[in-house]
Design a protein around this ligand. Structure first.
Ligand code: UD1
Length: 428
């Protein structure tokens, strides 16, 4: 099992490159099931989650290979079969994205229910309800979600919650359905827009992505092509917070500033300055940050995927901050780890009360999930002394070359590999 070792307190500045968006790449890779043609994708981050989705596509009968750095070639030709293997889906819940495209293309799909994870129970009931609305018969059999339909017929679907995954799965399912589907209370994340743009580039007819109502006019078939995925807004956001908390100046390259409005506003409120020049964003904060309150919400609200990183910033900010998590029910596993580093944090129901301290002190800590893991690395970088972050596999699901990129900014950080690997059951 790998660990990351950090000697904190080194000044961090310079330029860092942001990669392609994991959370756009995964559903887009799943959407390639909708065509038997070849699809070429670029700006794809080389991450464990991407490799897992490649394995899922191969297990379904498709092919997926790297053509070049950041470039994937995928072909899901005639042999696609309906069942995704439990061994893969249990390691990455985003594998469930294949359910909508399989159902749309084959009119049958058997995909393991992903189960809960470190941040909550994370049911897929909204996905399944939507498949039923489109005319599928849905059942649970031996831990698998099974959907079967003679025909999928477009309809009106109102989501109980603007779930990102459900919106994506239903956009894909509706793409080859007969007639028109309207998804109300849809998620509005940039990754939804990217999936819609990708599907439209394959010949789909989707309108309204980025707003609460998405219209999908079913088409007979989709074709292959080339598509470039958007930059990763959470990777960029993580470096924005790092630049503010470690003072900077830190310039983020290949970002999309329009996806960072909420994060930028909060950092500016806390005292950071951010200069934007096309796809470059420079952040700095010569003094100590001020505390502020945040509440996570569906986009365009404050992203839950940035909650842990901001909690680190607030831990060393002046004054008291409140961090409220309203998207996931159990996304505070990093709090106890930060307390071990000297942070003054108290959980009250779904809110963390943060009383800023002058400094954090290095300690051995564990990454409880992907973003919490990035937050622990950030805490280690600004802490006094040595920090050792374990369960690094969580971080490597979503941050490409993190240690190398941080070293390039002046961090004293290295990754060491132990002999024992993580158990599959630990992964998500
Ligand atoms: C996606 C992102 C994840 C991000 C999250 C919220 C990917 C691969 N992952 O996850 O990084 O943190 O959006 O921005 O894109 N829910 C239900 N029933 C459902 C579906 C969701 O109750 O059928 C609940 C979830 O338990 C959660 C909330 O809705 O409490 C939001 O989940 P959702 O938006 O679906 O997140 P994901 O798509 O899983």
């Amino acid at each position: 099992m790998a660990r990351i070792l950090i000697e904190g307190g080194h000044p961090l500045s310079g330029e860092v490159l942001v990669g392609g968006a994991k959370n756009a790449a995964l559903p887009i890779m799943a959407a390639t099931i909708l065509t038997s043609d070849t699809v070429h994708l670029s700006n794809i981050p080389r991450l464990n989650d991407v490799e897992t989705m490649q394995k899922v596509l191969r297990a379904l009968g498709g092919s997926s290979e790297w053509e070049d750095a950041g470039k994937l070639k995928i072909k899901c030709n005639g042999g696609i079969q309906e069942e995704a293997p439990y061994e893969l889906v249990k390691t990455m819940r985003a594998s469930f994205f294949v359910m909508g495209p399989l159902l749309s293309r084959l009119k049958r799909a058997r995909v393991p229910l992903p189960g809960g994870c470190a941040i909550g129970t994370r049911p897929v009931n909204i996905h399944l309800k939507g498949f039923e609305a489109l005319g599928a018969k849905v059942s649970i059999d031996g831990g698998f979600a099974v959907a079967v339909a003679d025909r999928l017929i477009g309809t009106g679907i109102h989501l109980d919650f603007p779930s990102v995954g459900a919106t994506e799965n239903l956009m894909m399912a509706a793409s080859l359905a007969e007639g028109s589907t309207t998804i109300e209370n849809a998620a509005q994340e940039p990754e939804i827009i990217d999936l819609g743009n990708f599907l439209n580039s394959m010949g789909a007819k989707i309108q309204g992505t980025g707003g609460p109502t998405i219209q999908v006019e079913g088409v007979h078939s989709l074709h292959g092509g080339n598509y470039r995925v958007i930059p990763d807004r959470i990777d960029a956001g993580t470096f924005l917070v790092l630049g503010a908390v470690a003072h900077g100046p830190l310039t983020i390259l290949n970002a999309n500033p329009s996806h960072q409005i909420g994060v930028m506003a909060k950092l500016q409120e806390m005292g950071a300055t951010i200069a934007v020049n096309e796809d470059r964003m420079t952040v700095e904060c010569p003094g100590r940050l001020r505390g502020a309150d945040v509440k996570t919400l569906p986009y365009p609200g404050f992203p839950t995927d940035m909650q842990a990183q901001f909690t680190v910033a607030m831990s060393v900010a002046q004054g008291t901050s409140l961090v409220t998590e309203s998207v996931f029910e159990n996304r505070f596993m990093h709090i106890a780890e930060l307390v071990r580093m000297g942070a003054n944090l108290n959980i009250r129901d779904r809110t963390v009360v943060v009383n800023g301290v002058e400094k954090l002190i290095g300690a051995p800590v564990s990454a409880s999930d992907l973003r919490a893991g990035a937050a622990m690395v950030m805490a280690g970088l600004i802490a006094e002394g040595h920090t050792e972050v374990s369960n690094v596999f969580h971080i490597e699901r979503g941050y490409e070359n993190l240690v190398e990129r941080l070293s390039g900014l002046g961090a004293n950080i290295r990754r060491i590999e132990d002999s024992k690997g993580p158990t599959e059951n630990n992964r998500r």
